[in-house]
Ligand binder design. Structure first.
Ligand code: ASP
Ligand code: MG
Length: 416
């Protein structure tokens, strides 16, 4: 069987949902599991609902555009307001409003997960109903009953054994299953999420547990490109790459595949295809075992909104292993993601991602022991398979704060 993943952009309007049907019709509707993200920018809109709720602001005002958006998609698909999908969507909003009314927790990460998951519940309800409406028999599976996780809200860790058992007992391999990306549940059955853009990872988890033949991620770009078209000019399609290459690209911040997706696939050597949902018959990119990158060209990746922190000891003594281990335990404590490290005798620099908004706490803690310099809002640029020309092109018009070169990779921390 095969696993497909459709991201938010592929189901951003009724035309997108109709296109999912078209892709399924051309690829075959049997023996498939399709993982679907929240529609368009719904997760961002849900984040605003969470913020308003915790600030005791006007939640109704924050939810209204989400309701209107989904209702417009329903109308585009079903026209007639009598279709049961309208009622199911209304019911999901009612459930969410109920949670917001009765919940007493002020823990941001917990509330976040209980709220944003409705994006995926809405999208899959609509897609599943639409496929049935068009005569395509499918099972809507609540991914929370399968993707079992710990209780690290917003960054939940999969409990593989239980997840595997649930998936094997619940998925009907012969038929078409529709399920949510990104979401899971903990042992108390509270909803959890796997991290932003985590739907790819969900596809990887299902494929691994089901021993799928392959996984296809359907995107609004032709495949994996050597550069993000939103940032760099003239991106080129990579025809094939190895798992290792894809992991490296994702790790450095190429947003095309969620970094955690590759490992389960690699372990079972399940091929991954990244294709355009607009041109489903084009080959896209194949990620497979041992495939050398083709064509072999420099790949450019940028991570924006990073923080560069440089630490030195208060008495200018050396930064030693003991200090570094202390620094890293603080990173761990404050859920700081470290993207780059550079050490010299008296100074230690790291480029970090302040994903969990703990920078202030981290800095005040660090300042007790170290002299701290930092720049917020910097970008981390990476070139894999660099050459002189690529580096020169990247360095042009930037203030480079730090540069690091290894055999295959150049990294720059720069403004902007
Ligand atoms: N809807 C989630 C997000 O926007 C998960 C995903 O799209 O992969 O982050
Ligand atoms: Mg998305």
């Amino acid at each position: 069987m095969k696993v497909f993943k459709f991201g938010g952009a592929s189901v951003k309007d009724s035309g997108g949902v109709q296109n999912v049907l078209k892709v399924l019709q051309s690829e075959g509707v049997k023996e498939k599991l399709i993982v679907i993200s929240a529609m368009g920018k719904t997760t961002n809109a849900m984040e605003i609902v969470v913020k308003k709720y915790l600030e005791k602001g006007n939640i109704g005002e924050a939810l209204q555009p989400v309701k209107e958006y989904h209702n417009a998609i329903l109308s585009g698909l079903f026209g007639n307001k009598d279709h049961p999908a309208f009622g199911e969507v209304r019911e999901l909003f009612r459930e969410l409003e109920n949670f917001l009314q009765y919940n007493r927790s002020t823990n941001y990460d917990f509330v976040y997960d209980q709220v944003v998951i409705y994006g995926e519940l809405l999208s899959t309800t609509i897609v599943s109903e639409y496929l049935s409406f068009c005569g395509i028999n499918n099972n809507l599976l609540d991914a929370r009953t399968c993707i079992r996780t710990d209780s690290t809200f917003r960054d939940a860790q999969v409990q593989w054994k239980e997840t595997q058992a649930q998936i094997l007992s619940q998925v009907n391999r012969e038929n078409l299953t529709v399920t949510q990306g990104f979401i899971g549940a903990d042992e108390n059955n509270f909803s959890t999420t796997l991290g932003r853009e985590g739907s790819d990872y969900t596809a990887g988890i299902f494929a691994y547990c089901l021993n799928a033949e392959n996984v296809t991620i359907w995107k609004d770009v032709p495949g994996v490109l050597n550069a993000d078209p939103r940032v760099f000019e003239n991106p080129q399609l990579l025809e094939h790459i190895s798992y290792e290459e894809a992991i490296e690209l994702a790790f450095y911040g190429a947003s095309v595949i969620h970094p955690k997706t590759l490992q389960p696939l690699q372990r079972k050597e399940i091929p991954l295809f990244v294709k355009s949902f607009l041109n489903p018959s084009n080959p896209g990119t194949a990620v497979k075992k041992g495939q050398p990158i083709l064509p072999k060209i420099p790949c450019f990746i940028v991570k924006k909104d990073q923080v560069l922190i440089s630490l030195s000891s208060l008495d200018f003594s050396f930064i030693l292993e003991k200090n570094i281990s202390e620094i890293f335990s603080l990173f761990h404590k404050y859920q700081i993601k470290v993207d780059l490290i550079q050490n010299s005798a008296i100074s230690f620099s790291v480029c970090i991602d302040n994903k969990f908004n703990n920078l202030e706490k981290l800095l005040s803690h660090l300042k007790a022991t170290f002299r701290v310099n930092y720049n917020t809002g910097v970008s981390l640029y990476t070139i894999r398979h660099f050459d002189e020309k690529a580096v020169a092109a990247l360095e042009k018009d930037k203030k480079v704060l730090l540069k690091q070169i290894t055999r295959e990779t150049v990294q720059l921390v720069a403004i902007p």
